[in-house]
Design a protein around this ligand. Structure first.
Ligand SMILES: *Cc1c(COP(=O)(O)O)cnc(C)c1O
Length: 430
């Protein structure tokens, strides 16, 4: 038994399924999860001492790669000064001021500890600000694990949702309506029926938690106009796209300004930080100014604040967003050329420094229904083939990959070469 396997057997005894988040299990790819002891730059090191080039990057926070030196230094300095006070401090102020200065439409920001918490708080605010109770989400978008958003499309009537987890409050599930991505009609139908009850439309402007489902700009514009007409707010959940596809996230790329935005992942530079933000007039609903209660013992912890600010400043200074996007484009172009030349049933798609390997299809994948049914099976083979070659992908065919500043063009070129041997093995004879 390997050391990872030994650890996993022990973990199974004291932790549900041996993991603290289901996406860490190898359930959809088979086998047992590896245990990692350390990480540097683009690499993970397993407890056995084997190195893996890491495309998971903790599911997105590490824009600069693992333990970037500049962040590490700032974090060490901060740890020597402050951990958490439960009182006012300048660290979060500096991060807030920097973001407000750089992103013109953000006037106020409140820090929390995770993306889930940011979304949960923003929903409460939206309900208070509109005096309405229903929310509209899209199937295939993930917004964390708050009850109201762990729902999927129910069968039958337009917009009716069904629980996507056991143990949800059925009243909350009822308050959430579900529309289809890439489908203006589904949004219009739901608004025709429930328009005056919908507090907020929540969407990942770049859905990246169920594959990478790049939306048509006209679709997103249409959602804005329908919501506006009906007096509903728009919440862009940029937990994964924020500070990754550009400083101002998808909102900036699309030139669509949401009423509220949520951040997570990159904003904490690898530490637990989330945030929700928007115009002052709206954020003024939050306590202690307004009636919406939201609090946090460890919110805006100095270490996370400093890690986040150092990350954002460095990315901005080096114009990393464009640089990473170019590297990612080159990477997926090479993969696609390879797969086409070999006639392998695999394609890659990217946006910014996010990419997704998916089963070949002639149509553009914009909604769940467009994802080829063999995706899981193909990915399972790719995943294990890559692992053998020392490449770690997130262990599910519906998770995206992340390119960090530590993923140099040289490293990515080597990955393409390795993918060639992986492909020869899996697609041999196809
Ligand atoms: C990751 C993610 C969340 C949840 O964030 P956590 O920090 O895991 O709670 C919410 N929304 C989106 C778009 C995400 O990618």
């Amino acid at each position: 038994m390997s050391l990872s396997q030994e650890y996993f057997q022990r973990a199974l005894k004291v932790i549900p399924g041996g993991v603290h988040s289901p996406v860490r299990a190898f359930k959809s790819v088979g086998g047992q999860p590896l245990f990692f002891r350390s990480a540097t730059g683009a690499y993970l090191e397993s407890v056995e001492g084997k190195k893996y080039l890491d495309f998971c990057q903790s599911f997105g926070p590490h824009l600069l790669g693992h333990r970037d030196e500049e962040i590490a230094q700032a974090v060490h300095e901060t740890v020597d000064l402050a951990w958490s006070f439960g009182a006012c401090e300048p660290y979060s102020l500096e991060l807030a001021e920097w973001i407000v200065e750089k992103i013109p439409w953000i006037e106020n920001i409140r820090f929390v500890n995770s993306g889930t918490e940011a979304v949960m708080s923003a929903l409460r605010l939206a309900r208070a600000a509109t005096g309405r109770s229903k929310i509209l989400k899209f199937e295939g978008c993930y917004h964390g694990h708050v009850d109201a958003l762990l729902v999927k499309s129910g069968s039958g009537l337009a917009g009716v949702s069904a629980a996507d987890s056991a143990g949800l409050d059925p009243l909350q599930v009822q308050q959430t309506l579900v529309a289809s991505l890439d489908d203006e009609n589904s949004v219009e139908q739901i608004f025709n029926q429930h328009g005056s009850d919908i507090a907020v439309v929540i969407i990942e402007p770049l859905p990246a938690n169920f594959g990478l489902l790049v939306q048509r700009e006209t679709f997103l514009q249409k959602i804005f106009s329908i919501a506006k007409k009906n007096g509903s707010l728009i919440l862009f959940d940029e937990v994964i796209s924020g500070f990754r596809v550009g400083l101002g996230g998808m909102a900036e790329r699309l030139n669509l300004i949401p009423d509220l935005v949520t951040y997570g992942k990159v904003i904490g530079g690898g530490f637990p930080v989330g945030a929700y933000a928007g115009k002052k007039s709206l954020m003024d609903f939050v306590a202690p100014v307004g009636p919406v209660y939201q609090a946090g013992t460890l919110s805006a912890n100095p270490v996370g604040m400093v890690a986040g600010l150092t990350t954002l400043k460095k990315a901005h200074r080096l114009n990393l967003f464009t640089d990473l996007e170019n590297r990612t484009n080159r990477f997926i172009t090479q993969i696609n050329q390879l797969c086409e030349a070999k006639n392998w049933p695999l394609q890659a798609i990217s946006m910014g420094s996010l990419f997704w390997l998916h089963d070949k299809t002639s149509s553009t994948i914009r909604a769940l229904k467009d994802i080829p049914s063999s995706q899981s099976k193909t990915f399972k083979a790719i995943f294990h083939g890559c692992l053998e070659q020392g490449i770690y992908l997130a262990p599910s065919g519906f998770e995206v990959g992340f390119i960090s500043a530590a993923h140099t063009t040289d490293l990515l070129d080597q990955v393409v070469q390795k993918l060639e041997s992986v492909g020869q093995k899996i697609f041999h004879g196809k």
